[in-house]
Design a protein around this ligand. Sequence first.
Ligand SMILES: NC(=O)c1ccc[n+]([C@@H]2O[C@H](COP(=O)([O-])OP(=O)(O)OC[C@H]3O[C@@H](n4cnc5c(N)ncnc54)[C@H](O)[C@@H]3O)[C@@H](O)[C@H]2O)c1
Ligand SMILES: [Zn+2]
Length: 380
Amino acid sequence: MSDVGLHTVLDEFPIPDPLDVIEGRSVRRHLYPVIIVDGLPAAVDAVCGMLMHSSIALITDNHVGALYGEQTVQLFRERNVSVVLKSIPPGEHSKSVPTALGLMDWLAQSLLSRRDVVVSLGGGVVLDTVGWVASAYMRGIPYINMPTTLLADVDAALGGKVAVDHPTAKNLIGAFYQPLGVVTNVSFLATLDDRHLRAGLSEAIKKGIIASPELFKFIETRLADILGKSPVVLSELVRASSAIKCRLIERDPYEEDLRRPLNFGHTVGHALETTTGYGPVLHGEAVSFGMAVAARIAQTRGLVDAGTSDRIQELLRRADLPIHLSDLPVTVDVELLVASLVKVRLIRDGHLRFVLPLALGETAIVDDVTDSEIRDAVSK
Ligand SMILES: NC(=O)c1ccc[n+]([C@@H]2O[C@H](COP(=O)([O-])OP(=O)(O)OC[C@H]3O[C@@H](n4cnc5c(N)ncnc54)[C@H](O)[C@@H]3O)[C@@H](O)[C@H]2O)c1
Ligand SMILES: [Zn+2]
């Protein structure tokens, strides 16, 4: 037979009976590598190993761009990868629909094809924004995360939750859209300021508390090396935290079940961020305060022993993360904080979920915490 190209005969579809159920079905399996290296050349090599074509759009923010943009572009070009580079202003206000649309305009002008790859180089703001752009542009183009903050290394880079903020709510416009791969280079952390390093550490400590006594103990014993940015110790911290996050989210990658241990510290943490207007308190700091509050609630309920609750709070304190109201960089009105939680309870049909620690590596999810328990634990 002569070559007629892809020969398709679709004669196996009878006209369905009136009572036949017609179903749409779509199953996509995602498997992506998470590679952790120490050094920019090794990171660029790892990204190149994931590319199908030799053309990328590298998107970063102005801070990270000034530190690493030129060198990264140069390293890609040395490996015969053609690169177009774009920077967005740093900060949460860039995680917006206008910034995302600006990036789409730029991609359209750069004539990027559906097979080319977008590479995000930055913290959670860049990763969330660019991931959402990648999810929508041409109905989805591949993207690779190169996180540059500890928070992004251990959290934002993994799981495919991409979003931009809306004036009425954070992360309101988004999608689940998985990356082609994640390449984490711990040497980026050398230039990250201490406050952001500690805020990222808070999400790593969280993973130790909910899933790994071993990781918790590692952070306890190696805290000075972590804060001193030892690349070997940071690599181990990021490896363990990334593995835990990947294992926990693979059970429910699209968050159909909202009762997730990963939300430990986030009930009060989110309320604190909302009450203080997203800015003065970093996300990781708010989560630290929320974890301390949850530990105190669990202890008062007799769910966790005082030794474990103290151990959790002591590690956060040693990491210079907030555990009491007086540790926060702003004055917080307790009644406003409780009112914000009451509002969440109303929206969620009377259910305000708290992840409470029972022991290291063990949590319970409860939805009957009262306002007065919250008030007490917040003010302690
Ligand atoms: N998608 C998710 O699953 C997920 C999870 C957690 C947080 N987030 C999101 O992440 C965002 C916060 O991310 P973030 O804390 O990384 O903040 P960020 O992206 O704003 O970065 C913090 C600051 O550090 C700078 N910076 C980044 N890397 C640097 C480096 N190596 N050296 C020096 N400066 C550097 C940035 O320019 C910025 O000014 C929030 O919008 C949050 O909603 C998303
Ligand atoms: Zn978080």
